[in-house]
Structure formats: structure tokens, C-alpha cells
Design a protein around this ligand. Structure first.
Ligand SMILES: *[C@@H]1O[C@H](CO)[C@@H](O)[C@H](O)[C@H]1NC(C)=O
Ligand SMILES: *[C@@H]1O[C@H](CO)[C@@H](O)[C@H](O)[C@H]1NC(C)=O
Length: 215
């Protein structure tokens, strides 16, 4: 298992460019370079434990400020016990899940349904990428992040998604209509955030794929 990310998604954008706009964009730093590589960069606060629910919502969710929480899931069964073997041996692992048929996201291309156990046995051999709700039988291994543990917040929880692959996956530039807590359990993941409030609105609406998709 090279990468495994769980997302707690909480409720809370293509048309043609003109020749002038293309010329303007071609002169921008970062043109034809990996997305996000030209900066400018901003520091993101890093903490070692969950903030209180009040701080989490007031400062970060309402403030629309990203936050890195180091080691937040280390004490969970998911972090400590999950291995491919644990999944395969689990008596309930035949639960069905959805997998994309390739590792680079192509939203117009579909995927397929497969038993979780079969996915775990084959995902390193074929290009496939599981993007599915956390399987029911694994939910007890994944406690809710502390700031979400109250009735009012839980009522707004839109989804709990598990991304599971053997590495090398990429997603398209997109907008999420919901706030996310991304928990990295294995491997590494690079997230590039664009400050929506500091970016030319017209431009954002042109380059971000699928304005209609919620996340
Ligand atoms: C997790 O692993 C520990 C030992 O490393 C074991 O004692 C415990 O029973 C395991 N829990 C589950 C749910 O498999
Ligand atoms: C991320 O993981 C991959 C393989 O698992 C590795 O090749 C790569 O060097 C890692 N990148 C970083 C920034 O750690």
C-alpha cells in the first residue's frame, strides 16, 4: 500500500480563451511548468494536535485558511493496523467498492465496481484507483476527527471518502464545494491550493474543470 488518504468532506468551475488572453497567460511565470511551481508561496500554519471545535471552525473553516495537523491520526486502528493483508483477511472485505480504471483522473471516463478484497489483491498489478466511501466494515477503525465530534457538525458531514492506490495518482484542477479534512495514512500526497480570493475570477472560472461537480 503506497498511498492511502481519507477525506472527511464537510458541507459548507470551461470555455475558450481569446487570443489576447492566451498571450497574456503565456507571459505569466509558471507557464508550461508544473502546476503551482511558480508560486508565490504562503506559509500554512502547522500544529501537532486538533484545535478545539470552536477554533477549528472560526479560524480555519470560516476563515478559509488551510491548516496542517501533524500526526493527528496516529492513534487510530486505521493508521496502526491497516495493511493489504489486514484488508484481505477481514471476513467482511467482499464489500463492493468503486475503482477508477486509471490513475490519472479523467472525469469523462468511468470506472467499475469490484469487491474490496479483489481490489486489494490486484491494485498493484493493474492501473486502477479506488475512490469510494470508506467501506462499511472499516468504519469502526476510523474515528471522526475531534473537531467534528458534535451533533451539529455531524449533521453536516457530507461524505467520508477513501482514496487508495499504489501511488502515482493525479487529479484534475478542481473546485470542491465542501470543506475537506484530508488524512494521509500511507505514502505522500502533494496538495496545491489556489487562493480563490486572490485570483482573477474570470480566469478561475475558465480553467477549473467541472463547475457543476460538488467534490
Ligand atoms: C491492532 O493491532 C494490535 C497489535 O499491533 C492488536 O492488539 C489489535 O487487536 C489490532 N486491532 C484490530 C482491530 O485488528
Ligand atoms: C512520494 O512517494 C513516492 C513513492 O512512494 C516516492 O518516489 C517520492 O519520492 C515521494 N515524494 C516525496 C516528496 O516524498
Amino acid at each position: 500500500m503506497k498511498t492511502l488518504v481519507l477525506g472527511f468532506l464537510l458541507m459548507a468551475v470551461c470555455s475558450a480563451l481569446s487570443p489576447e488572453e492566451i498571450q497574456r497567460l503565456e507571459k505569466m511565470p509558471g507557464h508550461m511548468k508544473p502546476f503551482g511551481s511558480a508560486g508565490p508561496y504562503f506559509d500554512i500554519p502547522v500544529v501537532n494536535e486538533y484545535p478545539s471545535t470552536r477554533d477549528f471552525f472560526n479560524k480555519y473553516v470560516i476563515g478559509s485558511t488551510p491548516l496542517v495537523i501533524k500526526g493527528a491520526v496516529k492513534e487510530t486502528i486505521a493508521y496502526r493496523n491497516w495493511t493489504d493483508e489486514y484488508f484481505i483477511q477481514h471476513p467482511k472485505s467482499k464489500e463492493l467498492v468503486f475503482a477508477e480504471a486509471r490513475k490519472k483522473e479523467v472525469r469523462t471516463e468511468g470506472g467499475f465496481t469490484i469487491s474490496f478484497r479483489k481490489y486489494v489483491k490486484h491494485y498493484t498489478k493493474k492501473a486502477m484507483y479506488m475512490v469510494n466511501g470508506v467501506p462499511k466494515f472499516l468504519k469502526p477503525d476510523v474515528p471522526l476527527p475531534n473537531p467534528l465530534k458534535c451533533k451539529e457538525v455531524m449533521a453536516k458531514l457530507a461524505d467520508t471518502v477513501m482514496w487508495y492506490s499504489d501511488g502515482g495518482t493525479r487529479s484534475v484542477l478542481h473546485n470542491d464545494d465542501v470543506d475537506n479534512i484530508n488524512c494521509l495514512y500511507r505514502g505522500n500526497k502533494t496538495l496545491v491550493f489556489v487562493n480563490r480570493f486572490d485570483t482573477d475570477n474570470e480566469w478561475v472560472n475558465k480553467v477549473i474543470e467541472h463547475p457543476e461537480s460538488s467534490y
